[in-house]
Design a protein around this ligand. Sequence first.
Ligand code: NI
Length: 198
Amino acid sequence: MTIRSIIAAVAGVILIAAIALGARSLIVAAPESPVASSRAMPTIGGPFSLTDHDGRAVTDADFHGRYMLVYFGYTYCPDVCPTSLQVMTDALDLLGAKADAVTPVLITIDPERDTAELLRDYVANFHPRTVGLTGTPEQIAAVAKAYRVYYAKAEQEGTYLMDHSSIVYLMGKDGKFLTHFSHNTPADKMAEGIRRHL
Ligand code: NI
């Protein structure tokens, strides 16, 4: 055995050990790789183009810098929508001046009947800052999809009601989803939930 072959053999052993160590560290590291975090959270909300209750074209960007308390409903709704809008009103009243940066928003899911004028008269029954939004059926379908809101016509003796999900969303100043309130959330609990994010 020459000196050179001994050096080569030693180098070979070191190389094999290094590969083995490297492989071991890879194996050890494997369970720590962020497999779970690659599962994306479902997004709620996003860009929209609609018409406000004064007939002006608006987008989500017009609300940036303010919080939005968003509800999807319609003015012909016999009970669910007025109840929810009243709870939103009461929650904001409970927060007083703290809620000055919160704009309550009603987005109609009945754009065929809910004109800007009708919405303007309707939202006047609730919190004075409430903004009613309508749009084309396509615009409404797009915003409802973005907020994962279900709605469907329910024909009834020559007229119709709208089946729809009843959820109140709190969106941040950047338009991003903060939290939501399920139907039947009392006003004080909603106020508490909003306050946490202001
Ligand atoms: Ni309703």
